[in-house]
Write a protein that binds this ligand. Structure first.
Ligand code: AMP
Length: 286
């Protein structure tokens, strides 16, 4: 496994693989890897001839009061995990390589970027889309793997790829949870033991929604209110949003029919956590 930190190092490798006709699979991450990230890596290994993982804590997707500076970073640990998975290349660029002095170009996916997490994190998806498009241009992957953990991100990136005719297939993969149901996240390291316990309320509220839906409840307002009631009973939790929306355009739904996304963001102490459940014609996934 090699590590490339410059555009030239990366391009040289990619070109060699392309010339050998190897299909390139790509997993973009911000590092501090866990089983959620590794599930994407394993899928790429299965489906591709060469797997590239990027590790880049992207300053453009953090708001001025957010956790960019303290976001957990540990390259040695990540490197060991990826080596074990048989990853071919880590792209680990410094900020100056991605955003040199005078950088001015941004990508926005109108409307979708302003909903759900976009409301409380203005500019977040502009930062995400910009870095992902840059990474796609650098890595030139055939397929790129993303987790449904970040459902809005998947929906926005799919739209970007469609709108800009990018020659890459976005492959979304299931959300991976800890043994007790908490969605895995690099940010879980911020939680104290009490907060870690309180954080289970996110998944519990989705379990409640699932039960209601399975017993025939279709009214989104009813489901939402019950979820809010449950979360509000947890003293360490403060709701950012709980929404039931269309899986394509993220518009609020009144009634749940074939497809829906139930998404929530909740502060547990100072840590903002997200989770979601998707209803598709194939069933409920969370
Ligand atoms: P991040 O490092 O948080 O930017 O995440 C990198 C990729 O891993 C994104 O596609 C995330 O959606 C995905 N990911 C993060 N957490 C999970 C999880 N618990 N289950 C599945 N995918 C995840």
């Amino acid at each position: 496994m090699e590590i490339a930190s410059t555009v030239n190092e990366l391009r040289e490798k990619i070109l060699a693989w392309k010339n050998q006709g190897r299909k390139i699979g790509f997993v973009p991450t911000m590092g501090y890897l866990h089983e959620g990230h590794l599930s994407l890596v394993r899928e790429s290994k299965k489906r591709s001839g060469a797997t590239v993982v990027s590790i880049f804590v992207n300053p453009k997707q953090f708001g001025p009061t957010e956790d960019y500076k303290v976001y957990p970073r540990d390259l040695e640990r990540d490197r060991a995990l990826l080596e074990k998975e048989g990853v071919d290349l880590i792209f680990y660029p410094p900020v100056e390589v991605m955003y040199p002095e005078g950088y001015r170009t941004y990508v926005e996916v109108e409307d979708l970027q302003d909903k759900l997490c976009g409301k409380s994190r203005p500019g977040h998806f502009r930062g995400v889309c910009t870095v992902v498009l840059k990474l796609f241009n650098l890595v030139q992957p055939d397929e790129a793997y993303f987790g449904w953990k970040d459902a809005q991100q998947v929906i926005i990136l799919r739209k970007m790829v469609e709108d800009l005719n990018l020659p890459v297939k976005i492959v979304p993969l299931p959300l991976v949870r800890d043994h007790d149901g908490l969605a895995l996240s690099s940010r879980n390291t911020y939680l104290s033991p009490e907060e870690r316990q309180a954080a289970l309320v996110l998944k519990k509220s989705l379990d409640l929604a699932e039960n209601l839906i399975q017993t025939g409840e279709k009214n989104a307002r009813q489901i939402r209110e019950k979820m809010i009631e449950l979360i509000s009973a947890e003293p360490l939790a403060r709701i950012d949003y709980v929404e039931i929306v269309d899986l394509q355009n993220l518009e609020p739904l009144e009634k749940i029919a074939d497809e829906a996304l139930i998404a929530l963001a909740v502060f547990i102490g100072r840590t903002r956590l997200i989770d979601n459940l998707r209803i598709t014609t194939g069933g409920i996934e969370k």
